[in-house]
Write a protein that binds this ligand. Sequence first.
Ligand code: SIN
Length: 344
Amino acid sequence: MGITKHPAVYPSRARCCARWIAFICLVSFVSVAARAAEPVLIRFSHVTSEATPKGHGAALFKKLAEERLAGKVRVEIYPRALKFNDDQALLALLFGDIELAAPSFSKFRSFSRKIQVFDLPFLFSDVDAVHRFQKSEAGRGLLDSMLSQGIKGLAYWDNGMRVMSANRPLRTPKDLKRLRFRIEPSAVMQAQYRALGVATVPMPFKQVREALKMGLVKGQENAWSNIYSNGFHDYQRYFTEARHSFLGYMLVTSAEFWAGLPPEIRVELDKIVGEVTEKVNQNAREKAEQDRQRVIDSRKAEVTTLTDTQLEEWRKLLTPIWKQFEHEIGTDIIEQAMSANRSR
Ligand code: SIN
């Protein structure tokens, strides 16, 4: 025989249910409200030391954002590839594991081939020319060139002109023959060193010091602040300033994250990015001078600056590789970059 319940049970059970539902609604309302009041977390991952223009930029961004958007924004910085290498950082942005990164231009190749323009050897005469190009229509356009893939460029940050090094003096292109250089994962750098008869090993920045120490690579190129802060001069005796290329960064975020920010926070962060960019670029100029001098003062290394006549030989050998990248970058972009040299 089935068990029949007393009809009076049902109203009391309904009351109990209603109480539970009300309780659950209250708990979720409180937790949503609490979450709404939580500051927006911005995790900034990068690969250089704190004592570089990028390191200073990240720290200044944190300071200004947390001061001006107190209680609304919290910034965590992960320097020295503590969280991600450059090759992982862009995917991490897209997966929502970080919110800001500033990889060097060569690291964007799988997202935008056009950005390779910054690495073409001898394309830009100096840092001012790089800035003129970045402010041009083509330069600003590159910040948006990865939007369809979910990456938004916020600004360009400088480090400085790259310097080559080895344990033998590098004055003419012949001096590099049969060396093995660490390069960034860059097709342009690969082509550049192939033209110089150098074998290349693409490698994350974090591993370079150890690779030089162990003799796995015999040479490298980088900006002075990266060289000094990582002590590459402990293992490399001769540095050559050929002014052939510029190491710079694109500060990037996830397009979805940026668009989802409350408008007043986004507008303030945009302003902060503008201010920080000016300071980073000023710091980059100063650091390039200071860290160059520190390397010289260490007496562990010698610096060779090539004359215009010596440079002519390097230029003749390296500028023909532009042709190989014209179809990827676009001749219009290369022409605009060249015209930035002229519009002084
Ligand atoms: C960086 O400055 O972010 C690293 C550049 C490199 O990979 O050499």
